[in-house]
Ligand binder design. Sequence first.
Ligand SMILES: *Cc1c(COP(=O)(O)O)cnc(C)c1O
Length: 375
Amino acid sequence: MTIVNIPPFDATCQYQSIAAQIEKNICAVMASGRYIMGPQVKEFELEFAQYLSCDQVISCNSGTDALHLALRALRIGAGDEVITTPFTFIATTEAIGIVGATPVFVDVDLNTYNIDTELIESKITERTKAILPVHLYGRPGNMTAIMEIARKYNLKVIEDCAQATGAVWSGQKVGTIGDVGCFSFFPTKNLGCFGDGGAIATSDKVIAERVEYLRRHGGKVKYQHEELGLNSRLDTIQAAVLLVKLQYLDRWNSARAEIADYYRNQLANVKGIVLPTTVQEGNSVWNQFTIRVLDKQRSNVQKFLKEKGIGSMVYYPIPLHLQQVHSNLNYPLGSLPISEQLSHEVLSLPMFPELTASAQKVVVESVSQAFFALT
Ligand SMILES: *Cc1c(COP(=O)(O)O)cnc(C)c1O
């Protein structure tokens, strides 16, 4: 058996491919001395707004802060309810909880992994202020249905685009369809920097203005503070990195899509798994290529791949409604069955733009072999 080493994600080969440009930009920041809110921050905000086709982008320190700032800007807080998915990263509900609001979970759709829009209306109450969909694994959620419900009940929509930078739904980039879109530049995201970073996108002036001063200690004028804010600025160095990387984002997302096509073709006949589907109304940016492994075989498959030197990941092993931190919300085991089923079945295969053709081949052969070995 040949042992390979294929990680689920690799940041270093992307850096190598653009090292000269990145180093030039970083050195320029170091030499300028303008480490906080240097001109590259504004420049990146303008370019990213142009890329997304929205009026304004305000950068901040992380995707988590982007969500937090968006909720604060919309004045969502104590006593308010925010409808969201339990099948996501903790940051989504962390932000809701931090502002004092209550996450209300709606189960996901088995085929898209995203919030089941058919189930949203039954969870709306007088306290509901917003819907917070997550475009999981890079796949846009059904924004047509979400916006329709939001309009009908006069709710705000905050898109968690952390995993979906560049994804499109019905001709529009995600993050520009709802009232506000929240992005993360964590290194494993489609547009990742060399540390933490985030941004909100909006075409609503009031939201943009509030986020802009809430991210820097809640004052419109220096040393005058109207309300409690955060220290949540994007580092100039990270903006300088993102300015280079943004130019490659579409190319990298296309490379991910090609890998996803290859995986889908090559794995089409493997029994015992369910492949992720493509999106009719837009496109996924494939932050993850996540299969479902049926018949309780996931840990066996993952172990088989590991022995071959192939990394795979489980996002997420425990849905948020069953997390200890949310035990006060009283969602018992079995209350959101699809999310619970997925948490036992999902397995993300290696996916990053620089994954070589030979590595892709080893991945599909090994996944096929895993099932052969198991039957
Ligand atoms: C990564 C992620 C976040 C948080 O982003 P950070 O930049 O790590 O704070 C929020 N939501 C989802 C769905 C994510 O994947």
